[in-house]
Design a protein around this ligand. Structure first.
Ligand SMILES: [Zn+2]
Length: 302
């Protein structure tokens, strides 16, 4: 074996050993979150609590620390019901924060047809699985910056969970240090830009899309929001972070012109294109890591 071949093999083995991200594991996260057992994960239900506990256990297993107090669950009250945001942190050398978020709740189990359960596989077990899988991606890395992982409850009833989170006085201390919050929303199906391609809501408001595309590989890229008339920027959890001055957009791949599964009981695991979801998830992991390494941070346009 010549030296070059040896180095090549060692390099390949080394990269596998370090590769914490796996498509198989992510598939399991989506399937579990979208299972009938979670009963459509509606705010205030047992199913939503099960989902929150599942995500919290994952954060614990990945050696994250709770963002607030000694529990990964940050509770809040809304209309006399208790909700649970899930938040874990991986401390870096600096206290500047790069954050990933996704809502895990959905609309429950009151369907009119034979299939009563709105499993919400795409909306938003897909994005939640991406947050979980990105924590796998970073698990053995020692990123310079602090990484935060969040799963929001009560998005479907009006972005309540993320709103309560940013107003939580203990959590709010993180906000001035938060450079970016990537909100991952419906990444399970192939966008009109092709497999592995996402669009960014409100992409004209900051330089985030440009700096991501300047630091990506061919398989993953970010495109302008094709549904500007629908004002998606203001319709997901990123908006509460935006209002606090944090650069925060939603990344999505759902085709709003053709999606038939949106808020239907048919939004089940079978609508998920795992190759697409996996490419996007790894893409977001890789690009965010590159931006951290290069010390690049996004800003809103003046
Ligand atoms: Zn959603």
């Amino acid at each position: 074996m010549n030296k070059f071949t040896f180095l090549l093999i060692a390099g390949v083995l080394g990269s596998f050993a370090n590769a914490q991200y796996s498509k198989e594991k992510q598939t399991e996260y989506v399937k579990t979150l979208a299972s009938d057992e979670m009963e459509g994960r509606m705010f205030g239900t047992e199913g939503a609590k099960k989902a929150a506990d599942y995500i919290a256990t994952h954060f614990k297993n990945n050696n994250l620390k709770p963002c607030v107090g000694d529990s990964f669950l940050i509770t809040f009250e809304h209309k006399e019901q208790t909700g649970y945001n899930v938040c874990g942190i991986q401390e870096g050398k600096s206290d500047e924060i790069v954050a990933f978020g996704a809502h895990f709740d959905h609309v429950g189990a009151n369907g009119k047809g034979e299939d009563k359960i709105f499993n919400g596989a795409d909306d938003n077990a897909s994005g939640t699985s991406a947050v979980m899988a990105i924590s796998d991606y970073y698990k053995k890395k020692k990123p310079k910056k602090t990484i935060m992982y969040m799963a929001f409850d009560a998005e479907e009833i009006g972005l309540i969970g993320s709103g309560k989170l940013v107003e939580n006085p203990d959590f709010a201390t993180y906000l001035p240090k938060m450079e970016v919050m990537y909100n991952l929303e419906m990444l399970g199906t192939v966008s009109e830009f092709g497999s592995g391609k996402v669009y960014m809501t409100g992409s004209d408001r900051s330089d985030l899309m440009k700096i991501m595309n300047d630091n990506t590989c061919k398989t993953f890229s970010v495109n302008d929001d094709p549904y500007l008339g629908q004002n998606l920027f203001m319709r997901s959890d990123n908006v509460h972070f935006f209002k606090k001055g944090v650069v925060s957009h939603s990344l999505s791949s759902v085709n709003m012109k053709t999606a038939k599964h949106y808020h239907q009981p048919s939004d089940e695991f079978k609508v998920i294109d795992m190759d697409n979801l996996s490419t996007i998830t790894e893409g977001v992991g890789r690009v965010s890591n590159k931006l951290i390494k290069k010390g690049i941070k996004p800003s809103y346009n003046k």
